[in-house]
Design a binder for this molecule. Structure first.
Ligand code: SAH
Ligand code: SF4
Length: 350
């Protein structure tokens, strides 16, 4: 079912659902029953709500859509540990969400927008341009989709990273509403610390996030430690240059006492030399932070190549010598176009 005329039920928070039920002359507890059905039982059709009176089930079915996402192409990595699903929205826009199995973790990488306005030059989503924001319910539904799959094999989602398509702080309200819905104690009850939001560095968003005192983890896509290089890779750096970005990051740490993760895609010859590592180390000196380096995932529209293993190790060692913690991440599922936006770009080419 993919009915765009009906409101998506996952777009409602519990209070909004209660208000509707009360308007319909139903007791308030019906809203909690529906909420539990949606977020604990993971039901996705009104017929499954057998504890509700038949007339109410019919009204729900007439009023709400229980699915705006239609799953299309599914790709699994050769080791079977990464699954990427392409979804079509009612207006034919395509988004993707990825599930990664790692030890006991079941991590989902979800999208916040169709396309992205930020135009980072190595990013397949950036190359698509901005299409539209996702609603909070469309963000939530990506999680429900995989949660149902995991439930079927006796497992559950453990972590969520908002690192799929789109810039979460450009769609701030919907992303935070989605997190609040998934975090709700009467629903999925996923702890705030299990979420990570990754931003390209929208300074007002970082400030707002700090002011709200959320326990959600924050990651910043840095990729360069001087303005010239960063602006050439990430055009948004012209609007929010490094000095402003780093001030906002330091204020965030001061206000929340929480560690920031900085992301750095290692591009051969561009930002992967010892000099770049030294520059980064001095930028981050004394900060409560962690650096994740990841070899670039090559994309069609960009000629840059992934760094070598040796250079990645040298980069890490330089940072560690300056007491900046650094982890080398593997690009999971490089054999299955798991890079940000790559599956959706392929679908659009067809
Ligand atoms: N818009 C947000 C979140 C989505 S992108 C952001 O930019 O942070 C998630 C991460 O993937 C970001 O760190 C981004 O810089 C990185 N990324 C995008 N394209 C990549 C590529 N081709 N190789 C490696 N990392 C990439
Ligand atoms: Fe947008 Fe992030 Fe891609 Fe940049 S890296 S274009 S901000 S999705």
């Amino acid at each position: 079912m993919n009915d765009s005329d009906q409101a998506l039920i996952y777009d409602l928070d519990l209070e909004a659902l209660e208000k509707i039920l009360i308007d319909w002359g139903e007791p308030r507890y019906r809203a909690s029953q529906i909420w539990t059905g949606l977020y604990q039982q993971l039901w996705n059709s009104p017929q499954e709500f057998t504890s509700l009176p038949h007339a109410l089930r019919t009204r729900l079915a007439e009023t709400f859509s229980f699915s705006h996402l239609t799953a299309g192409a599914v790709k699994k990595s050769s080791d079977g540990e990464t699954t990427k699903t392409l979804f079509t929205l009612p207006d034919e826009k395509a988004i993707e969400a990825v599930m990664m199995l790692y030890d006991q973790r079941r991590t989902l990488c979800i999208s916040s927008q169709a396309g992205c306005l930020m135009g980072c030059i190595f990013c397949a989503t950036g190359a698509m341009g901005f299409q539209r924001h996702l609603s909070s319910g469309e963000i939530v539904e990506q999680v429900l989709y995989y949660a149902r799959q995991l439930r079927a094999v006796g497992e559950a989602v453990t972590n969520i990273v908002v690192m799929g398509m789109g810039e979460p702080f450009h769609n701030y309200e919907a992303v935070m509403a989605a997190i609040d819905r998934l975090n709700h104690p009467q629903g999925m009850n996923l702890g705030a610390r299990r979420f990570t939001v990754s931003t390209v560095g929208l300074v007002p968003g970082i400030r707002r996030f700090a002011a709200e005192g959320r326990q959600v983890n924050l990651a910043i896509s840095l990729h360069a430690a001087n303005n010239e290089l960063r602006s050439s890779l990430l055009p948004i750096n012209k609007k929010y240059p490094l000095s402003e970005l780093m001030t906002a990051c330091r204020e965030y740490i001061q206000a929340t006492n929480r560690r920031i993760t900085f992301e750095w895609a290692l591009i051969q010859g561009v930002n992967d030399t010892p000099r770049h590592a030294e520059e980064l180390a001095s930028l981050l000196e004394g900060m409560l932070c962690h650096v994740n380096v990841i070899p670039l995932n090559p994309t069609d529209g960009y000629s840059g190549q992934a760094t070598t293993r040796e250079r990645a190790l040298a980069f890490q060692q330089t940072l560690q010598a300056h007491e900046v913690p650094c982890t080398i991440r593997l690009r999971r599922g490089i054999d299955m176009q798991a890079g940000c936006g790559q599956l959706a770009t392929q679908a659009r080419k067809k």
